[in-house]
Ligand binder design. Structure first.
Ligand SMILES: *[C@@H]1O[C@H](CO)[C@@H](O)[C@H](O)[C@H]1NC(C)=O
Ligand SMILES: *[C@@H]1O[C@H](CO)[C@@H](O)[C@H](O)[C@H]1NC(C)=O
Ligand SMILES: *[C@@H]1O[C@H](CO)[C@@H](O)[C@H](O)[C@H]1NC(C)=O
Length: 773
């Protein structure tokens, strides 16, 4: 399995480092110069020469041009990453063959560790269609899933290869060696592994190997967790620390092959254990290799907060476009910046953007207050209080050392608690700023007996569970307020915390996670994002043994499986379903696979009622996308909305007014972005009426007739023509138009509806979201 590193991985790193420690670094940073796709068949040498000659045109010498290269992308993506001044980048961006030249910043980070608020748990896929998964688990064995993340802990039982057949012939990747990682760490499950850090090191300087392996080995845990959620083997009898969530851990496609692309690295600074980042330049190199290596699916639990870049300046969007061109399905996390609107990231229509929702499991522990009131907390803390007596209870805000700012006094930030006031007591801390698990650490440091972590009002009733370093539990914001009232009223407040147990069958489920990022789409409001939601709250999966379950530096525990939450956890669930669909339907395009998942997604919960958010309100398409993924239904969707690479390029012409590929000039008039053949409809600023076109392909059993039904958004009429589609054979396409007319709703509000095609056996649903101008 060992092959040498590909030639361009050994570009002049030393020179880069030299350059960054010397004076030459001042005005330069790594820019990505994106050129579209490669024309015709060219050798690696020809491509490199091309890139060099472009660079030569803005640099003073041949040598300088050569030495400024960080990466040359050569498989599908045509472009390079290079150290440039702003002026050089501008010059390049003005050249005809250049699509864009943008700085690859440290703006990308994995969609959990950035905000440690979302750590938690659960076991594999229990609670959603496990039966389908196991009955068809043999499928997927020829499918290769690339995981673009923080690497892998290869010794985990989840990555064993017992009984697995030979590596699929299409695989062309490598097992790259490095720190604590050699070719023996790849097997028939982890068939390849690579790492990318030239973009990272160009920015931060040399990697500090105290906090990361300079190899595909995962120090952090995030990449191990996501990889095992996609394709971990079936491992019975695992649990989180303390025995929580005991059961069988399994990825969604347990026989699929994994290809590991490590692109995320620790951010130097106060929390290198916790904060990770992933650079555009490194991710593009990973995408380019993955395309050349022969993966079928890419799982990317990475994204950005803040103002999203347009598609031509977005490394993940560019990488995903080229992947889609090669038939690769790309699933990305939607982000953890909810519940505020317009927070969703990964906004291109050629990827699947995945939100996160809960499963039907809780970890109940009762809090008994001195006044006899009981409150239900949630915890996976593996410790219990020594005594079953009541303990004195104190609010952290009443026990801070002098000088603690008033606005953070209840937050249990590091070194804020007065040991004299908390020793031996149960301490109530509030969420807000700081890491949840670090608050527990602070209570322990100051000698507290236990922590009760209260939600802030903004967190509502969605209770995160943590493997705290001391006894404790977490409560909703209503309960936190009740506890604080009791503390204020009682002369000697006291409490005790019962031990926790895992409870299954909790309803309603799923519930949209509060943290899951919401639409509308800030780059192209006429494309609905997120696309779909999947389990992302309290997921149990494999972990890195060099990281503690809380990832805190002062936590020296080590675990093989860990509970974790975020859209980072929901994304690999969808990647796994994509792998199974790819195996069932090898001829389906990436857009057909996405369509199958979207049009069959559930919009009701296990009670049969409409899906809700964490505040108990009905959740609509801006939260859910099309709904909660249902693998079994997705395997037989009846109709699919297909789209080609050219369709996407045409979409880019109209959406961002730019070509994503110089070999595909934009026509003088492009169709509206809403006309992209997408399985959902979003219309921004509807003024009067608009008509969009869609085309469906029959992938059902043969001759059949579909009828449409419509649920109109409030204040918008929807007519679909024709209302009946008759198919004579599999593969046949039929088009229809959807006309939306505003009835004059004032103000810019989003209203939602849907339309559904059905032939009696299949239900093909598309959400509609409209804002009225
Ligand atoms: C790496 O981090 C460790 C721990 O913080 C520190 O002691 C060491 O000096 C760092 N090494 C380098 C090369 O910066
Ligand atoms: C608390 O107040 C200080 C000073 O006004 C401010 O800088 C800080 O961001 C505030 N912290 C929080 C968590 O609001
Ligand atoms: C709606 O369209 C009409 C007619 O084209 C135009 O006069 C009006 O300004 C538009 N309104 C908005 C809010 O765009």
């Amino acid at each position: 399995m060992m092959r040498g590193p590909s030639p361009y991985l050994v570009l002049p790193v030393f020179f880069l480092l030299f350059c960054f420690t010397a004076s030459c670094n001042e005005l330069r940073r790594v820019y990505i110069v994106y050129l579209g796709e490669h024309k015709g068949l060219r050798t690696g040498r020809e491509i490199l020469e091309d890139h060099h000659s472009l660079l030569r045109s803005v640099k003073n010498s041949e040598e300088e041009a050569l030495n400024s290269v960080v990466y040359s992308y050569k498989h599908s993506i045509n472009g390079f990453a290079a150290l440039l001044t702003e002026e050089e980048a501008t010059k390049l961006s003005e050249m005809e063959q250049v699509v864009s030249a943008f700085p690859g910043e440290a703006r990308w980070s994995p969609h959990t560790t950035r905000s440690w608020e979302f750590i938690m748990q659960e076991e594999g896929l229990q609670g959603w269609e496990l039966e389908w998964m196991t009955s068809k688990a043999k499928l997927g064995k020829e499918v290769i899933v690339g995981v673009v993340d923080s690497g892998v802990w290869p010794e985990s039982q989840s990555f064993g290869d017992a009984g697995m057949g030979p590596i699929p012939e299409r695989w062309k990747g490598i097992c790259q060696e490095g720190d604590a990682f050699d070719s023996s760490n790849c097997n028939k499950k982890i068939i390849g592994a690579r790492y990318y850090l030239k973009g990272y090191e160009a920015y931060y300087g040399s990697l500090n190997r105290t906090y990361a392996y300079r190899s595909p080995r995962d120090h952090d845990g995030h990449g191990t967790h996501t990889a095992s959620t996609v394709a971990g083997r079936v491992v019975p009898g695992v649990s989180a620390l303390g025995g929580f969530a005991r059961g069988t851990a399994a990825g969604g496609a347990p026989l699929a092959r994994l290809a590991i692309y490590k692109v995320c690295w620790p951010i130097p600074g106060p929390n290198p254990n916790i904060e990770n980042t992933c650079f555009d330049a490194d991710m593009l190199a990973a995408f380019d290799d993955a395309i050349g290596d022969g993966v079928h699916v890419l799982s990317v639990s990475i994204g950005a907060s803040g103002v999203p870049p347009k598609y031509s300046n977005d490394g993940i969007a560019i990488g995903a476009l080229h992947a889609a061109k090669h038939g690769i399905v790309v699933a990305c996390s939607a982000g953890n910046d909810g519940p505020a609107p317009a927070t969703v990231s990964n906004l291109a229509p050629w990827m699947i953007t995945v939100g996160a929702s809960s499963i039907d499991r809780a970890f109940d522990s009762l809090v008994l207050l001195g006044n006899g009131v009981t409150i239900k907390g949630q915890t996976v803390t593996p410790y219990v209080l020594k005594s079953s007596e009541l303990y004195p209870l104190v609010y952290a805000g009443d026990a801070v050392v002098p000088g603690t700012p008033g606005n953070v006094s209840g937050q249990c930030l590091p070194n804020s608690l007065d040991a004299k006031k908390v020793r031996g007591k149960i301490v109530v801390c509030l969420r807000g700023s700081g890491l949840r698990v670090a608050k527990g650490l602070e209570v322990k440091r100051a000698g507290g007996a236990a922590i009760i972590l209260g939600n802030a009002v903004a967190n509502g009733n969605e209770i995160p569970v943590d493997a705290h370093v001391l006894p404790g539990t977490a409560v909703s914001s209503d309960d936190a307020i009740a506890i604080l009232k009791y503390i204020n009223a009682a002369r000697r407040p006291s409490a005790k915390i019962g031990s926790a147990r895992t409870v299954l069958g909790v309803t309603p489920a799923p519930v949209m996670a509060a943290f899951s990022s919401r639409g509308p789409n800030r780059v192209e409001p006429n494309i609905l994002k997120p696309d779909i939601t999947a389990p992302g709250l309290n997921i149990l999966a494999a972990w890195s043994e060099s990281s503690s379950p809380t990832k805190l530096e002062d936590d020296h525990r080590s675990v093989k499986y860990n509970l974790y939450s975020g859209t980072s956890m929901s994304c690999p669930h969808v990647s796994a379903v994509a792998a199974l669909l790819k195996s069932l339907h090898p001829d389906w395009s990436s857009s057909a696979i996405r369509s199958a998942m979207m049009t069959t997604a559930a919009v009701v919960n296990t009670r049969g009622a409409p899906l809700t958010d964490a505040a108990g309100q009905a959740a609509g398409p801006l939260e859910l996308g099309s709904g909660h993924v249902r693998p079994n239904h997705a395997s037989d969707p009846g109709l699919v909305y297909d789209a080609s690479y050219e369709d996407y390029l045409l979409f880019a012409c109209s959406s961002i007014g730019a070509q994503m590929d110089p070999s595909f000039p934009c026509p003088e008039t492009s169709p509206s972005p809403s006309d992209l053949n997408y399985p959902s409809i979003a219309i921004s600023d509807l003024n009067g009426s608009v008509t969009v076109r869609r085309t469906v392909t029959n992938v059902g059993p043969g001759a059949t007739r579909y009828r449409v039904t419509v649920t109109e958004p409030t204040g918008v009429s929807v007519s679909i023509s024709p209302g009946v589609l008759s198919f004579k054979r599999v593969g046949q396409k039929k088009s229809f138009s959807v006309t939306l007319k505003a009835r004059g709703t004032p103000g810019k509000v989003y209203v939602a509806g849907s339309y559904t095609w059905s032939d009696g056996a299949h239900v093909v649903r598309s959400p509609i979201v409209v804002s009225v101008a």
